[in-house]
Design a protein around this ligand. Sequence first.
Ligand code: ZN
Length: 149
Amino acid sequence: MSELSDLYQEVILEHNKNPRNFREIADADKTADGNNPLCGDALRVYVSMEDDKVKDVAFKGSGCAISKASASMMTQAVKGKTKEEADVLFKEFREMVMGEMDADEQENSLGKLKIFAGVREFPARVKCASLSWHTVHAALNDEESASTE
Ligand code: ZN
């Protein structure tokens, strides 16, 4: 278990220091703003579509290390997926961090994202980890904003 939490810390720190797809997309097809007032995390997600696929996805904003690392890994996971596949990931990620699904026992497509399973022990952090997912879900469903409240 301590091995897992070392890996978790390492990945969070690395993505926080060097977030992937941390930029604006000037001609994005969809954007949404996400806010987690509890922690002060605020980010904007940009999505470019090609047919039904996410051609490009990026984010900008500020927040704690967990929210930023989660957003960074969210963009990596969602890029190239169809809206339907992205919705499945959103649902699975949410269920995992809420403790409604055991990602090691139940079949899922989370892959590397399973590293966030440990946040279910910390209710305040669940919102940090899931903010970018709520926000990309809002963008893909043509909603302008998402809040963890
Ligand atoms: Zn946070």
